[in-house]
Design a binder for this molecule. Structure first.
Ligand SMILES: NC(=O)C1=CN([C@@H]2O[C@H](COP(=O)(O)OP(=O)(O)OC[C@H]3O[C@@H](n4cnc5c(N)ncnc54)[C@H](O)[C@@H]3O)[C@@H](O)[C@H]2O)C=CC1
Ligand SMILES: O=C(O)C1=N[C@H](C(=O)O)C[C@H](O)C1
Length: 251
C-alpha cells in the first residue's frame, strides 16, 4: 500500500485525491498539509516538516508560492513528490529542478492521459502545418482558477515550439494590439467562467480552412487518477525530474 501525504488537501483537487485513494486499496492517505487546516479523516498540518506520519510520496495540488517550501521539506524527508500545481515562477521552478537532483520529482501541468495524447497529436500537426497555418490556443476554466493562462496551455505551446523550425512568440490576448497578426505569433487566450473543469483547443488557421484539436475534461477525477498513477510510478524512480511522457512511455 502506497502511503500518501496530500499537499493542498483541503482544496478541490485535494478532496478528489482523498476520494479516489479511499476507493483504491493500493493507496492510503496518511496525512494532509494545507494553510487551511480544517480537520479531515486524517491529520492535517500547516507544514510538511511537521508531519509525523510515515509516508511514501507527497502529491501536491496547492498554490505556486507554497511549492518551494514543500519541496525543501520533502528533500529533508527524502520523500518523492508529484507536483501538479501550476502558475510556478521561474524561481520556483529552479527550486524544483535543484531538489530533483536528490529526490525523484514528477511534475505535470496536466495529469490526464487525454491531454498528453492531445499534445502528441498537436506536435504531429504542427510539424506539417507550420508553414501556412497560424496557431492559436484557447483554454477555458472555472471562475475560481487563479492563474492564467493555464499550465496546460503553456505546456501545449512549449510542445509545439519543440517541433517547429522557427519558434513562435507567445502573445497573451490581443487587447491594445493595433497591428496585424505576425506569422511568428502563437496566441494564447484564457476564458474563465462557471464550473468549467478544463478545456483546451489548439487552432490551426489556414487559408480557407481551420483545423482544431481539442480536449475537454468532464471531471476532476481524470487529473486525480493520473496523479495517483504518477505517485505509483515515481516511488520506484531514482532522483530526477519526470513527466507524463515518462509515465506514458512506461505504459
Ligand atoms: N496538473 C493537473 O493535472 C492539475 C493541476 N491543477 C492545479 O492544482 C492547483 C490546485 O488546484 P485546485 O485544487 O483547483 O485549487 P484550490 O484552490 O481548490 O486548492 C488549493 C489548496 O491549496 C491550499 N493552499 C494555498 N496556498 C497554500 C500555501 N501557501 N500553503 C499550503 N496550502 C496552500 C489552499 O488552502 C487550498 O486548499 C492549481 O495550481 C491548479 O492549476 C488542478 C487540476 C489538475
Ligand atoms: O485549475 C484547474 O482547474 C486546472 N489547472 C491545470 C492547468 O492550469 O492547466 C490543469 C487543468 O486544466 C485544471
Amino acid at each position: 500500500m502506497i502511503r500518501i501525504i496530500i499537499h493542498g488537501c483541503n482544496g478541490k483537487m485535494g478532496k478528489v485525491i482523498t476520494k479516489l485513494a479511499a476507493e483504491n486499496p493500493d493507496f492510503k492517505v496518511v496525512a494532509g498539509v494545507d494553510k487551511n487546516t480544517s480537520p479531515l479523516d486524517f491529520p492535517v498540518y500547516s507544514d510538511l516538516k511537521d508531519v509525523k506520519e510515515e509516508a511514501d510520496v507527497v502529491i501536491d495540488f496547492s498554490y505556486h508560492e507554497a511549492v518551494p517550501n514543500l519541496v525543501k521539506a520533502a528533500l529533508q524527508k527524502k520523500l518523492p513528490v508529484v507536483i501538479a500545481t501550476t502558475g510556478l515562477s521561474e524561481e520556483e521552478l529552479k527550486v524544483i529542478e535543484e531538489a530533483s537532483k536528490e529526490i525523484p520529482i514528477f511534475k505535470s501541468a496536466n495529469m490526464s492521459l487525454g491531454v498528453n495524447i492531445l499534445i502528441n497529436l498537436v506536435k504531429e500537426a504542427a510539424k506539417i502545418l507550420q508553414q501556412d497555418f497560424d496557431i492559436e490556443i484557447i483554454e477555458k476554466h472555472h471562475n475560481m482558477k487563479k492563474d492564467a493562462p493555464s499550465g496546460t496551455a503553456l505546456m501545449i505551446a512549449d510542445s509545439i515550439n519543440q517541433v517547429l523550425n522557427d519558434k513562435k512568440e507567445y502573445v497573451y490576448g490581443r487587447h491594445t494590439k493595433t497591428e496585424q497578426r505576425k506569422p511568428n505569433e502563437l496566441g494564447i487566450h484564457a476564458v474563465r467562467g462557471g464550473t468549467i473543469v478544463g478545456e483546451h483547443q489548439v487552432i490551426f488557421a489556414g487559408h480557407d480552412e481551420v483545423i482544431t484539436i481539442s480536449h475537454s475534461a468532464q471531471s476532476r477525477e481524470i487529473f486525480g487518477y493520473g496523479a495517483l498513477q504518477a505517485a505509483k510510478f515515481i516511488i520506484n524512480q531514482k532522483p530526477g525530474l519526470y513527466t507524463m511522457e515518462d509515465l506514458v512511455k512506461k505504459g
